[in-house]
Design a binder for this molecule. Structure first.
Ligand SMILES: C[S@@+](CC[C@H](N)C(=O)[O-])C[C@H]1O[C@@H](n2cnc3c(N)ncnc32)[C@H](O)[C@@H]1O
Ligand SMILES: C[S@@+](CC[C@H](N)C(=O)[O-])C[C@H]1O[C@@H](n2cnc3c(N)ncnc32)[C@H](O)[C@@H]1O
Ligand code: SF4
Length: 382
């Protein structure tokens, strides 16, 4: 009986730490400057929300931000022990903490190494010191090398970094140099994002004033092609639009999102998906701390929305959407719903149908959003 109940529970949890010691010029995630924030009260509120779910087993736990390593080593220790106190650790296979290369003090690394955390995601963005300054980062290339060496010395094998390409003034040869540095580090995983200009960022402000020199769309596409080609040749599995992992190192937590499975979302501004309801927690720190009910937006998804999400999220993965699984899940004939659009994009070389799965080609990945839009169902769909 216990096992049955457990199977119905989400197997992934996301915990958000919204503090940063600097605000990067491109970033629109839920975050605030650390200084002067009620960090202890915030951690207590996070732990309180986590406990309400009475979680006993998880396959993946992910502490993201913001910058989790902006916490002090003591605060991190308190958070990690509260999150794992009632967990069956034999089931927990992937436990990630995001870290800023400049924050990884010996003390912080020791706290992480002595906990069940087994994956570290470093926000590197680029190895180019001048470019790092131009995007508002305060760490340097040397600190990245130092952080990775220290993490390895402490026993961490599963280290991933985030890089951004198509940054202002970035040229193709700068992207090639970043890839060279990345490959020399021989890391098992990397996420490479194309810069997105977000509202309410310094970059958007500069763009509006005509002061931002961004690579054009063609250059952006060339950069993506170069990245995909280079990493694929070096043995990385391009398992999602922006993610590359050596076999066995694909992020299990992020695959939960793309598999359209449910997960707990804990912390200010975090989103979660439980019992068919997508929710978002209060964003502003004080609201989050004070609110009795931490969840502020809740939306029960209709069948139409669930099907659309299954397609958008599934197509982000290299393995695509499994047709049989789709039909079992939604009790619908796939071909009736999507046969026409699938055939159209197969003709254009953007989709492949290998009988069992529908998936994007590399060219399809580049034009992802255009393809996804065609998988929206009619307004009157029932
Ligand atoms: C929200 S951050 C959290 C990680 C950590 N704070 C850090 O930056 O080191 C997660 C990642 O999202 C990516 N990101 C944030 N804003 C972006 C943007 N506007 N365009 C592309 N990628 C972005 C960055 O690569 C960043 O490392
Ligand atoms: C952009 S992804 C980077 C993934 C990472 N490179 C990896 O492979 O482990 C992570 C970011 O997405 C955001 N994020 C992930 N899950 C979230 C959730 N459930 N609610 C809110 N934000 C989330 C956080 O800002 C987090 O820093
Ligand atoms: S990219 Fe990371 S460090 Fe920079 S502002 Fe966003 S969350 Fe903070």
């Amino acid at each position: 009986m216990k096992e049955e109940i457990d199977l119905n529970h989400p197997k992934a949890a996301y915990v958000h730490i919204p503090f940063c010691s600097q605000i990067c010029y491109y970033c629109d995630f839920a975050k605030v400057l650390l200084e002067g924030q009620p960090v202890e009260e915030y951690l207590d509120a996070v732990i309180e929300q986590y406990r309400t779910y009475q979680i006993k087993t998880l396959k993946t736990l992910y502490i993201g931000g913001g910058t989790p390593t902006a916490l002090s080593a003591q605060q991190m220790k308190k958070l990690l022990s509260a999150l794992t106190a009632s967990l069956d650790l034999s089931v927990l296979t992937e436990f990630t903490v995001e870290a800023n290369p400049g924050d990884l003090t010996d003390e912080m690394i020791e706290v992480l190494a002595q906990s069940p955390v087994n994956r570290i995601s470093l926000g590197v963005q680029t190895f180019n010191d001048r470019l790092l300054k131009k995007i508002g980062r305060t760490h340097t290339q040397a600190q990245v090398y130092e952080a990775i060496q220290k993490l390895r010395n402490a026993g961490f094998k599963n280290i991933t970094i985030d890089l951004i390409y198509a940054l202002p003034t970035q040229t193709m040869s700068m992207v090639k140099e970043d890839l060279k540095q990345l490959l020399a580090l021989d890391l098992p995983h990397v996420a490479l994002y194309s810069l997105i200009l977000e509202d309410h960022t310094i970059f958007m402000n500069r763009q509006r004033k005509g002061m931002l020199k961004l690579p054009n769309e063609d250059k952006n596409a060339d950069m993506y092609e170069y990245i995909v080609d280079t990493l694929s040749k070096k043995g990385y599995n391009h398992y999602e639009v922006s993610n590359f992992g050596k076999p066995g190192f694909e992020s299990q937590h992020n695959l939960t999102y793309w598999d359209n499975a449910e997960y707990y979302g804990i912390g200010a501004g975090a989103s979660g998906y439980l019992d068919g309801i997508r929710y978002k927690n209060h964003g502003p720190i004080h609201h989050y701390i004070e609110a009795k009910n931490k969840r502020v937006h809740e939306e029960r998804l209709t069948q139409k929305e669930k099907i659309e999400e299954e397609m958008f999220l599934g197509l982000r993965k290299k393995t695509g959407v499994n047709v049989q699984r789709f039909e079992e899940k939604f009790h619908r004939n796939f071909d009736e719903l999507y046969g026409d659009v699938v055939r159209k994009y197969i003709k254009r070389g953007l989709l492949v149908d290998d009988e069992k799965t529908i998936r994007l080609t590399n060219q399809g990945f580049e034009l992802g959003n255009e393809v996804f839009a065609e998988f929206l169902l009619a307004e009157d769909f029932e």
